[in-house]
Design a protein around this ligand. Structure first.
Ligand code: NAG
Ligand code: NAG
Ligand code: NAG
Ligand code: NAG
Ligand code: NAG
Ligand code: NAG
Ligand code: NAG
Length: 480
C-alpha cells in the first residue's frame, strides 16, 4: 500500500531528523535543557494539521540579510497539496527571516518560534501593487492601488497565524518617512491582511512597526485574534493595531497594544463605495485589551463605517495615556450606521477625553459622496467605567438634523486632571440618558435615578464566536 509505505518512509526520515537535531543540540546546548527549536511542540488552535515542514527545508536562511520570499513561496506552494488531506503547518525556527510579501493558503498554519523574527523587506518591489478595496473605492494614502500586505490571504478558509510569541517586524520607518514626505504613489502595506475568508486565528505573536495598520481582516467571518502584542512608536502615522473591517463574528482578546493611532479601529467602507458594497461589521467581541494610544483612541468606530457597524461588545479594557477611550467618528455623506454598541468595565488613566463622538469628521474618499447620505448612530451604551486624570469627560457632537440617539451612560466616575477643561461635558445634537455619572453629564443626557437604566445593560446571551472550539495541536516535521 503506497500510502503506508510513504508514511513509513516519512517516519524514518523524521527519526533521522530528530536524531540529527538531538546530536546538534547536545553539541550546542551547554545548559543541557531541551531546546525549543527541536521538531516537536504543542500549541492551541481552531484546527490541527496532519502535515508539517520547516522553512529551512525550502532553503530559508535566518541571517537577517538573505531574502526568504522564495523560500516562503516554495514552502507554501508545496504544502498546498495537503489542503484536502488534513492541512499543513509551516514552522519558522529561531532566526531573523527577511522576506517580502507572501500569500497564505486554506487549511494552513504558519507557526513562529519564540525567537523567530520575520523582518519585512524594505524594497517596494517586494510588495506587488493590488487593487483598492471595493468598499473604499481608492487607497487610503493615494488614489489608486495598494502595496500588498507582508502576510496576505484572500478567499481562504481555515487559516492560522500563530506561534510561541514569535515576532513580525514591519520595519516601517522608511514607509512612515515616505508617507510624511508625500513620496508614495500607492497605499502603504499592512502587516497582515486577510480578505474574503472564513475561520481565521491570529494568536500568540508580537507584531511591531507595521508600515501602516498591523492586522486587517476585511470581508471575513469567524475570526479569533488572541494574545497579540502590538508595538509601534506613538509618533508615527496610521499604525493602528487591529482593524476588523466589514467582518462578522470576530473575537479580539488578551491583547496589549501601543500605537501611533487607534489600538482597535472598527470599520466598514468609505462613503458611496462602502454604501454600495453594503457589508457591515457585526458581532464583534473585544475583551481584556490594554491600550496606550496617546494620539488617538482605544477603540474607534469609523470613520469609515458606511457599510454599518452593529453589535459590538467591549469589556475589561485598560487604557493608559490615550487620547480618547471610545471614539465614534462619522460624517454627512458616510451613510451607514453605528448601533447596538456595549462597553462595560473600563479603567482609564490619563486621557484627553473619556468619550468622543463626532458627526463632523469629514475625510471623504472623493467629492462624489451623497450629501443626503446621513449616518444613523443609535443605542450606544457605556457602563462601569472609572477614569482618572482626564482633561475633558466627553465631547459628544452629533449632526444637526440627524442627532445621535439612545446614548446611555451609567456607573461612570471620571476624575478630572488638574488642568481639566472648565466644562467637562460638551454635547450637541445627541439624545440619551444617564445614571450615577460623575461629573454630572450635560442636559442632553438627563439623570434617570440611581440604578434605573436597564437600556445600558450589557447583553447576556453568549456571543456566537465563543462557541468555536480550540484544541491542542502538535507539530512534527514530516513533509518529505
Ligand atoms: C474572492 O471572493 C470574492 C467574493 O466572493 C470574489 O469577488 C473574488 O473574485 C474572489 N477572488 C479570487 C481571487 O478568487
Ligand atoms: C511576548 O513578547 C512581548 C515582547 O517581548 C512581551 O512584551 C510579551 O509579554 C510576550 N507575551 C507573552 C504572552 O509572553
Ligand atoms: C511616483 O510617480 C511619479 C510620477 O509618475 C514618479 O516620478 C515617481 O518615481 C513615483 N514614485 C515612486 C516611489 O514610485
Ligand atoms: C460600577 O462599576 C464598578 C467598576 O467601575 C463595578 O465594580 C461595580 O460593580 C459597578 N456597579 C454596578 C451597580 O454595576
Ligand atoms: C496627568 O496627565 C498629565 C497630562 O495631561 C500628565 O502630564 C500627568 O503626568 C498625569 N498625572 C498623573 C498622576 O498620571
Ligand atoms: C463643543 O462642541 C462644539 C460643536 O458641537 C464645538 O464647536 C466646540 O469647540 C466644543 N467645545 C469644546 C470645549 O470642546
Ligand atoms: C425608573 O425610571 C422610570 C422612567 O425612566 C420611572 O418611571 C421610575 O419611577 C424610575 N424608578 C426609580 C426607582 O427611580
Amino acid at each position: 500500500m503506497e500510502c503506508s509505505k510513504s508514511f513509513r518512509k516519512a517516519l524514518v526520515i523524521e527519526i533521522v531528523f530528530v536524531v540529527v537535531i538531538v546530536v546538534l543540540l547536545s553539541g550546542k546546548n551547554v545548559d543541557g535543557q531541551k531546546d525549543q527549536s527541536s521538531d516537536n511542540f504543542e500549541y492551541s488552535a481552531i484546527s490541527c494539521r496532519t502535515h508539517g515542514a520547516s522553512l529551512t527545508d525550502f532553503g530559508g536562511v535566518g541571517d537577517g540579510t538573505t531574502l526568504n520570499t522564495k523560500a516562503f513561496k516554495a514552502a507554501i506552494d508545496h504544502l498546498s497539496q495537503f489542503a484536502s488531506d488534513g492541512g499543513s503547518q509551516l514552522y519558522v525556527p529561531p532566526g531573523k527571516w527577511l522576506t517580502g510579501s507572501f500569500n497564505l493558503i486554506s487549511h494552513f498554519t504558519l507557526f513562529l518560534h519564540k525567537d523567530a523574527v520575520l523582518l519585512a523587506s524594505q524594497e517596494e518591489s517586494d510588495f506587488p501593487v493590488i487593487e483598492p478595496l471595493p468598499s473604499y473605492g481608492r487607497g487610503r494614502d493615494a488614489p489608486d492601488g495598494r502595496y500588498i500586505s507582508l502576510i496576505f490571504g484572500t478567499n481562504l478558509t481555515d487559516v492560522i497565524i500563530t506561534g510561541d510569541n514569535g515576532t513580525i517586524d514591519g520595519q516601517g520607518a522608511i514607509w512612515w518617512d515616505k508617507f510624511h514626505n508625500g513620496e508614495l504613489n500607492h497605499t502603504r502595506p499592512y502587516l497582515i491582511e486577510i480578505m474574503y475568508s472564513d475561520s481565521i486565528q491570529i494568536s500568540s505573536l508580537t507584531l511591531v512597526n507595521s508600515p501602516s495598520w498591523h492586522v486587517h481582516p476585511v470581508y471575513c467571518s469567524n475570526i479569533i485574534v488572541q494574545g497579540i502584542t502590538i508595538i509601534a512608536p506613538v509618533a508615527v502615522p496610521n499604525t493602528d493595531g487591529i482593524n476588523p473591517d466589514s467582518c462578522r463574528n470576530t473575537l479580539i482578546e488578551d491583547c496589549y497594544i501601543v500605537s501611533g493611532d487607534d489600538c482597535i479601529a472598527v470599520k466598514s467602507g468609505w462613503d458611496q463605495y462602502g454604501i454600495a458594497f453594503g457589508m457591515p461589521t457585526k458581532q464583534l467581541v473585544i475583551r481584556r485589551l490594554t491600550c496606550i494610544s496617546p494620539k488617538s483612541a482605544v477603540i474607534a468606530l469609523g470613520s469609515e463605517m458606511s457599510g454599518g457597524i452593529e453589535d459590538v461588545r467591549a469589556e475589561d479594557i485598560l487604557a493608559i495615556n490615550s487620547e480618547s477611550g471610545i471614539r465614534i467618528k462619522t460624517a454627512v455623506g458616510r451613510g451607514g450606521y453605528v448601533k447596538d454598541i456595549y462597553v462595560r468595565g473600563m479603567t482609564m488613566k490619563t486621557m484627553k477625553w473619556a468619550f468622543w463622538m463626532t458627526g463632523n469628521y469629514g475625510s471623504h474618499a472623493d467629492n462624489n459622496y451623497d450629501p443626503n447620505a446621513l449616518p444613523v448612530i443609535q443605542n450606544i451604551n457605556y457602563r462601569d467605567i472609572v477614569a482618572e486624570n482626564v482633561t475633558m469627560a466627553a465631547d459628544l457632537e452629533g449632526i444637526h438634523g440627524d442627532p445621535f440617539t439612545g446614548i446611555c451612560i451609567s456607573n461612570v466616575t471620571i476624575g478630572l486632571a488638574p488642568k481639566a477643561k472648565k466644562v467637562p461635558w460638551n454635547c450637541t445634537d445627541i439624545a440619551g440618558v444617564s445614571s450615577d455619572v460623575t461629573p454630572p453629564p450635560c442636559d442632553l443626557l438627563p439623570y434617570q435615578g440611581p440604578k434605573n437604566i436597564t437600556a445600558c445593560n450589557f447583553p447576556t446571551e453568549r456571543p456566537a464566536i465563543d462557541n468555536v472550539e480550540v484544541q491542542m495541536c502538535s507539530y512534527r516535521r514530516n513533509y518529505l
